[in-house]
Ligand binder design. Structure first.
Ligand code: ZN
Length: 248
């Protein structure tokens, strides 16, 4: 039995508490396709490569959709190509940005924590998106970096702190380098996110709190997969995840 587009949209809005978030783009159904949905394909970003690879899907489920605040709104170039591929194939595009980062079980932060053996006991930062918890076995920055490398198959960019034993580790997936100061204020001895910008290296050196940039894409592969698997179980749908590698 397929699920209908409208039922899936309503279920996801409720599950991810979409209304609670102020975000940079629309969460939920971004491009309308066919009504009945049997097959879902999940991925990090609604890139053209991803859309083309997901050809037989009824619905795509992504973290980074097509529409963001600040775009000029014209359907030209890459935007035309992505939309044309979706519309010609009559595929639905569902996108969940901050609501997917934040979800306590299925979200990017919760699922990255699982990959790294970290469990949050508190939240911090804007809209409570940051996760923080006990360091557990990850008592040094080098040990934490090794765990990241093994779990994400990628070497993090590490700015060591002052070498203190790690007691509290904070993390926030994707481009959350701007959360570093609130992580420090929340008591972190190390902060892990996807990307680094120039100022964070200095903050790490001057506050003694280690900073690890582990890849925007690499840290955000897990939430959408967990969500797709959840939907497959809940509605009896087919689901697969397609990873389009990204060096960023
Ligand atoms: Zn992101």
């Amino acid at each position: 039995m397929p699920v209908s587009r409208t039922e899936l949209d309503a279920y996801l809005s409720d599950l991810l508490a979409v209304e609670r978030f102020r975000d940079y783009g629309p969460n939920g159904l971004q491009v309308e396709g066919r009504g009945p949905i049997h097959r879902i394909v999940s991925g990090v970003t609604a890139s053209r490569a991803f859309i083309e690879a997901a050809g037989d899907a009824d619905a795509l489920l992504v973290h980074h959709g097509l529409f963001w605040r600040g775009q000029d709104g014209r359907v030209t170039g890459w935007m035309k190509a992505r939309l044309k591929a979706l519309l010609l194939a009559d595929i639905n595009l569902f996108a969940y940005h901050l609501p997917l980062d934040a979800h306590a079980e299925l979200g990017n932060n919760a699922q990255l924590g699982r990959q790294l053996g970290l469990q949050a006991d508190a939240r911090f930062g804007e809209q409570d998106l940051g996760f923080i918890g006990a360091a557990g076995a990850h008592t040094s920055t080098a040990a934490l970096a090794a765990v990241v490398h093994a779990a994400l198959q990628r070497s993090p960019v590490v700015v060591p702190g002052d070498g203190r034993p790690l007691r509290r580790i904070a993390w926030c997936t994707g481009g959350a380098q701007g959360y570093f100061e609130s992580a420090i204020a929340a008591g972190a001895d190390a902060f892990l996110t996807g990307e680094i910008s120039e100022p964070q290296a200095h903050y790490a050196r001057e506050t003694g709190v280690a900073f690890l940039a582990c890849g925007h894409h690499a840290t955000e592969r897990y939430g959408v997969q967990a969500l797709g698997e959840h939907l497959a179980r809940h509605f009896g749908l087919e689901h697969r995840f397609i990873d389009i590698d990204n060096p960023a």
